[in-house]
Ligand binder design. Structure first.
Ligand code: AMP
Ligand code: MG
Length: 492
């Protein structure tokens, strides 16, 4: 069942029914002469919107922030957080407006605009988002969904000629995005000193998204501290699985501040993220991250640190510190379990054996020393039993690659299966197409000219990144020389 107008969607406002202290009721600030650059029919379908609905003026009006949802209560949410390891105090939606929540068969989807103008939480900033960063989030969130990695989704991209001042003058855009919830670790941290509001937030999050955490094993309703501990268990697990997924596709988030950590374990707030080209274990994608705090190989530890900040905040509910610590200690084994299962599958192994740790350490060392392409190394490994040449060509010095392959072949002997069957399984977990920086850049250049053909091509490939398609070899290739100087920073 679909509807032909976004104004006919059934809207609820669960978040906006929390106490007033959780948000500010403020309207978006319109862009001048907004235009719909792209709409995502897949996400629209999730909301129950027909393709026709996307071509209507009311769809643009809503996504541009010029019209509220029917029955929607537009708000900007408050949150706090730790940025780069330091308590930043109050942050909040400084350039985002939550329009309301659509109840659908796939659960609730909140619609939020990003770049829709200043709010009481903007501090000194302008409340805007630039086209470049909106295109990057639009593509990356669909790429993540295509990889099967939990993420917020993008509904539409609205552009204008309004100038926005960053390192240079750029133009303003609005990204309409959806998620079951945009609540962050930082939303909890905000109430570290206020048990009443903490309890209200806990009830809201558990009631809507983690109902099992609110019930005891006997089905009875749990007391608040027990509910909080169960929620922490669940968030620890989801976060561990998310980070394992990121690590094994070479994704660096870039700004893993606690205000960018979803309480639902989704990839949230795409900024200076990167899918690695040549592998470096300590790769830093965010050019503003001079200390390398959010390097690829730091992400698991940072996630663990962020969970500590969440747990710290929950202390206001009178939780026992030892009980919290025991919960947090589950992060590392949960991460390792998820990571090892993914790595075993990526290497074509039926199961992870303890001795595989050495094989995988050797794998990362091999890739790191050669700066070998992350995505292609895995993808081509699937064919080494038939022809090792395409794989070996990724390494300047072949001797260490041959040495590692020898160990790998020995390991495969303990897991015999037809090579084509193994290759087919590996191809289902090792993507061929990822959103390399230079591909996003080409789509951005097109978008500036109103040309969405690159966006369309990338969406087509990234929605099913495991299937090779004829004629798209360039999209699977490592970055060309011109892309060497591309940099992404926090300014978005
Ligand atoms: P971010 O690093 O993008 O996750 O943002 C951190 C905080 O800064 C959040 O509170 C954002 O809402 C706010 N913020 C980022 N950019 C802007 C902007 N251009 N205008 C207003 N607030 C912003
Ligand atoms: Mg953020």
């Amino acid at each position: 069942m679909t509807t032909d107008s976004i104004l006919d969607l059934p809207v609820e406002n669960s978040f906006a029914r929390l106490p007033e202290a959780f948000y500010a009721r403020v309207q978006p600030h319109p862009l001048t002469a907004p235009r719909l650059l792209h709409a995502n029919a897949r996400v629209a379908a999730l909301l129950g919107l027909s393709e026709d609905a996307l071509g209507r003026q009311d769809f643009l009006d809503v996504c541009a922030g010029n019209r509220p949802l029917t029955g929607g209560r537009t708000v900007a949410a408050v949150y706090s957080g730790h940025q780069f390891g330091v308590w930043a105090g109050r942050l909040g939606d400084g350039r985002a407006h939550l329009l309301g929540e659509i109840a659908t068969p796939s659960g609730p989807w909140e619609i939020q605009l990003k770049g829709s103008g200043h709010t009481p939480y903007s501090r000194m900033a302008d409340g805007r988002a630039v086209l470049r960063s909106c295109v990057r989030e639009y593509l990356a969130s669909e790429a993540m969904a295509g990889l099967g990695i939990p993420t917020t989704r993008a509904l539409a991209l609205v552009v204008s000629d309004d100038p926005v001042y960053r390192e240079t003058v750029e133009t303003a855009a609005i990204l309409a995005r959806v998620s079951p919830s945009f609540v962050r670790f930082g939303s909890f941290e905000h109430w570290w000193n206020d048990a009443e509001n903490m309890r209200a937030l806990l009830d809201y999050v558990v009631g809507h998204f983690y109902p099992r955490c609110g019930r005891g094993d006997d089905g009875g309703v749990l007391s608040t501290p027990d509910t909080a501990l169960r929620l922490l268990d669940a968030v620890v697990l989801r976060t561990a699985e998310l980070i394992a997924a990121w690590m094994t596709v070479g994704f660096c988030h870039g700004v893993m501040n606690t205000d960018n950590m979803s309480i639902l374990g989704l990839t949230l707030d795409y900024g200076p993220y990167g899918f690695m080209d040549g592998f470096r274990a300590d790769h830093v994608c965010n050019h503003s991250d001079t200390q390398g705090r959010y390097a690829w190989n730091m992400q698991p530890a940072v996630a663990g640190w962020n969970l500590y900040r969440l747990a710290d905040a929950l202390m206001v509910l009178g939780l026992d510190a030892d009980a919290l610590k025991a919960r947090l200690n589950a992060f590392e084994p949960a991460f390792l379990r998820a990571y090892q299962a993914r790595m075993a599958a990526k290497l074509g192994l039926g199961a992870w054996l303890p001795a595989d740790q050495a094989l995988i350490d050797g794998w990362w060392r091999l890739l790191h020393e050669a700066r070998a392409d992350f995505t292609l190394s895995f993808r081509r490994l699937a064919r080494v039993e038939d022809d090792a040449e395409p794989f070996l060509s990724l390494f300047g010095d072949r001797a260490p690659a041959l040495e590692w392959l020898e160990k790998y072949r020995r390991r495969l002997e303990a897991d015999p299966r037809p090579s084509d069957e193994r290759a087919a399984r590996m191809d289902r977990v090792n993507p061929l197409y990822v959103l390399r920086n230079h591909l996003a850049e080409l789509a951005i250049r097109g978008a500036h000219l109103g040309d969405v053909s690159e966006i369309n091509t990338l969406l087509m490939l990234l929605r099913d990144p495991y299937t090779e398609r004829d004629g798209y070899g360039d999209y699977a290739a490592p970055a060309p020389a011109w892309a060497g100087g591309l940099e992404v920073s926090c300014s978005s």
